[in-house]
Each structure stands twice: as C-alpha cells, then as structure tokens.
Design a protein around this ligand. Structure first.
Ligand SMILES: Cc1cc2nc3c(=O)[nH]c(=O)nc-3n(C[C@H](O)[C@H](O)[C@H](O)COP(=O)(O)OP(=O)(O)OC[C@H]3O[C@@H](n4cnc5c(N)ncnc54)[C@H](O)[C@@H]3O)c2cc1C
Length: 437
C-alpha cells in the first residue's frame, strides 16, 4: 500500500548529513597525557572540552567512530528549555517534589540559554530559530494535565507557556488531530549536524585534541589519576568524563545498568510545493505530542520539507521499516501529505534513565553526564558544560542534575530486551486512551 512512498534517491541516512556528515578527518594523535580525558564525542563531550579549554584546563575527547556519529547529528533539532525534563519513555512524569522540580526547571532554563550563548559566541551557523513549540494534546485529559504545568513552567523556566484550545489549533498546525495543546514560546530549533560541527570547530580553534576512531576500551586507576586505553593508544589523565549517553557500553558496566538505550527514528520528505510547505506549521514552531509513544516534527530549516520523527519502534530497526511506520503517523496528522515521497530515513539512540531524569555526577571516581531522556540538545550540552566547571572548580552553584543517587534496577543489567514488548504495550495504551477520550 505504501510501495511508492520512497523517493528514487532515498537514503537510509540523516537528512542533516547533507550539510555535515560525520567524518574522522585527519586523525589527531592520542596524547600520552592530559588533565581530563572525555569519552564520547557528542554535544556533551565537546561542550565539556570547550568549557575546560575556556577555563585553562587541558582535555582530550575520545570518539569511537567518526565525529558526530552518535545522536548529536541525528536528532530532530528541537531545542527545549525544560518542557521535557523528567518524562519516562512511557511519557510518565518523574516523581519529584515541587521544590526539586523548580530547581530542575531552572537549570533547564539555563541549558537553553547556554545553547543560545554558545551559538552567538562561537558564531555557529546552524539555522538557530526561536519560534516556540506546540505540544498537541492526545486526549482532553492530557490537555487538562498540560494546563496544570503552565504555572511551574512559567515561574521556574520562564517558558512563556500558554494553552491553545482545539478551536484555535489551526493557528498552530494544519490539522485537527489533537485536542488543543500547549505553546511553549521559549523553545527553538536548529540544524543539529551544523550545531555539532560548530562545537567541533570551536574545539579545534582552541587546539583541543578530538580523537576520532579512538574507542576507549579500558579505564583503570593510576595513582590518583587514570589510564585510558583506546584503540589508538593510551592516555594518562587526572580525571575522566563519561559522555556516551545512548551508546554507553561495557566500558562502564555500572553506568550501562542505569541507562536504557531507546531508539528514535526520523524521516524527511522531498521538497513540498511552496504553498503546502508554508501551510503545515504556519508559525514555524517545532511540534510534539503528549502520547506515550510520542511523535515530534518540524519543517526543515529552509521550510521546504517535513522532518518527522517518533518512536516507530523502540529499538534500532531497518530505516525502511521505521520510515513506513512514520509515514503512517505523519499522514494521520497531515492527510494532505499523502503521496509525498520520503528522501531520508534514519535512526539513533536516546538514553533513558530509570527515574526519567538526566544525571551528572561521579561513579567509581569517574565523572559522567548521561541520560538525555529523549531531549538532549540543550540538556547534554549543559551537563557537559557543568561537569567541566565542576572539574575545574569553577562552578559557583551545584547543578540540580548533580545528585549522588542514580537509580538502577536489580533485574536490569544493560540489555534492554524488553523494549519491543514495552513499545507495543504503550502503543496499545495510547489507542485505548484515545478511544475512551
Ligand atoms: C532520532 C533522535 C531524535 C532526537 N531528537 C531530539 C530533539 O529534537 N531535541 C532534543 O533536544 N534532543 C533530541 N534527541 C536527543 C539528542 O540527540 C541527544 O540527547 C544528544 O545528541 C546526546 O548527546 P551526547 O553527547 O550525550 O551523546 P551522543 O551524541 O550520542 O554521543 C555519544 C558518543 O559516545 C561515543 N562512544 C560510546 N562509547 C564510546 C567509547 N567506549 N569510546 C569512545 N566513544 C564512545 C558514541 O560513538 C557517540 O558518538 C534525539 C535523539 C535521536 C536519536
């Protein structure tokens, strides 16, 4: 039925890679010694290295593959200032008291400001646009729940959030799919791979060694410091930062047990006729929804294509399969896109934690910045930055995400075999919620 949805030039690769494709570049030698060794070369790792350099602390970044291979060049490019903090992969809010929620949101606000500041200071040309977000309510009950969040978002994260009733929804989206929803004005969008490239260029300008094709295979104690063995040689370091998020592996078994890697998938359409392209999201916002298995979407930075993402499956699957599922989700919301072809389809890993919160802290003496819970452009940039400031003793307050407790579960050792079952269950729950709405 959907046999003709793929463009003849379809690529199973991110649309963003047309502008910056992860590359190893000219390989930087692994230095024998550094003050801080950072494992993972995504937003978190680069922003940690950048802040350390600004504070006069020498750091090296180890990336196991090409630079930008992880989620940081694969995401949807929707930048949130806190609206998504503390949501599990089933859409359940984190269990925190009001005071802690306020602290977390306040840091979410700062995370958004940090992205804005880095883009300005480092002159990163990444289509940064502050046009807000619309979060569609899947049921009237969800709409009512969103309303209860307004006060906290506006008080603690200065989100500029307000509700849009179903009758006014077409101001936001050319669809009647939702029961109204919430606008969050203090949200933005960017081109994720160009933002990544901008951070990478900023690191290189400061002479930071960003070592591609350098998987960290072992981290062992060396007196008061560490020995980090990589595929291309060994480094002695005073501190180690683990910034591997949804790709956290056997290098750090104790952290792996605290992270559930959940796949997310995206498609990009071919260029649409001008009038159709302009009509779909009239205010140029990013969109997401309140479903357990949520979708998120936006127009491409040039406004010509729909870029549509969601958890078509909770695990990595063939992009041809996830693309078909996403196409179905997209045309449920926008029947006017039936017949449009897909040019790109791809997938990547997010990192969910068992308490649905991002975390920074120390494990077995190593620092970590992990657990984007699906929304990490601002948050992971920020946790990398905060970790750097902590190491350099430059932080003048404790980040709200820096807590000793980072929960695990006795029955989970890092192999998320249960995800397909969980995904099917949540999809069913979504359907039931809607039928009962
Ligand atoms: C499809 C998709 C859509 C998303 N959409 C959004 C969105 O719209 N908005 C938003 O805010 N967030 C979004 N996210 C989340 C966001 O992309 C991530 O939170 C963010 O990129 C994480 O950055 P990071 O640096 O922590 O991890 P990553 O960018 O994943 O980098 C981790 C790196 O660690 C490396 N690594 C792992 N093990 C080792 C090792 N042993 N040695 C060396 N290197 C190692 C990996 O190769 C990887 O490159 C999305 C994610 C995905 C996958």
């Amino acid at each position: 039925m959907q046999s003709d949805i793929f463009h003849s030039q379809f690529k199973a690769a991110p649309y963003w890679w047309e502008a910056y494709k992860p590359a190893s570049g000219e390989l930087v030698d692994v230095p024998r010694e550094t003050r801080v060794a950072i494992v993972g070369g995504g937003y978190a790792g680069l922003s940690a290295a950048l802040e350390l350099a600004k504070l006069g602390v020498d750091a090296v970044v180890f990336e196991r593959g090409a630079l930008g291979e992880g989620a940081s060049t694969r995401n949807g490019g929707a930048v949130s200032g806190g609206v998504n903090i503390g949501k599990s992969f089933g859409g359940k809010p984190a269990q925190v008291d009001a005071e802690r929620a306020a602290d977390l949101l306040s840091d979410g606000h700062d995370a958004f400001s940090l992205v804005e500041r880095l883009i300005a200071e480092e002159a990163i040309d990444c289509w940064w646009q502050k046009r807000g977000r619309f979060v569609g309510a899947w049921t009237p009950k969800h709409f009512a729940y969103q309303e209860t969040r307004l006060g906290s978002l506006n008080d603690n994260a200065q989100s500029g959030a307000y509700m849009v009733a179903r009758e006014r929804q077409r101001d936001e989206i050319a669809s009647d799919y939702y029961y109204g929803g919430m606008v969050v004005e203090r949200s933005g969008s960017l081109h994720p791979a160009l933002y990544y490239k901008g951070l990478l260029d900023a690191c290189r300008r400061r002479g930071i060694a960003v070592c591609a094709d350098a998987p960290a295979n072992g981290v062992t104690r060396n007196g008061s410091g560490w020995r980090v063995a990589t595929g291309r040689g060994e480094t002695r370091a005073g501190d180690v930062v683990i910034a591997t998020n949804g790709y956290t592996g056997t290098l750090t078994p104790s952290l792996r047990r605290r992270i559930v890697p959940v796949a997310s998938h995206i498609i990009a359409t071919e260029e649409l006729p001008d009038e159709l392209a302009r009509s779909l999201i009239p205010k140029g916002r990013t969109l997401s929804d309140t479903k357990r298995v949520l979708c998120y979407y936006r127009m491409s930075p040039d406004g010509k294509r729909m870029v549509f993402g969601g958890r078509a499956r909770f695990t990595q699957v063939d992009p041809l399969l996830s693309a078909r599922v996403l196409y179905g989700y997209m045309t449920e919301r926008f029947p006017q896109l039936r017949g449009v072809r897909i040019t790109h389809g791809w997938t990547g890993n997010t990192a969910f934690t068992l308490d649905a919160l991002p975390h920074m802290g120390e494990s077995e003496g190593m620092h970590y910045a992990l657990g984007c819970n699906g929304s990490g452009i601002a948050m992971m940039t920020y946790l990398g930055y905060q970790t750097a400031r902590k190491i350099a003793r430059a932080a003048n307050y404790a980040c709200a995400f820096d807590r000793a407790e980072f929960p695990d579960h006795p029955l989970y050792s890092g192999n998320p075999w249960f995800l397909p079952l969980v995904g099917s269950y949540y999809r069913l729950r979504d359907r039931v919620d809607r039928v009962l709405a």
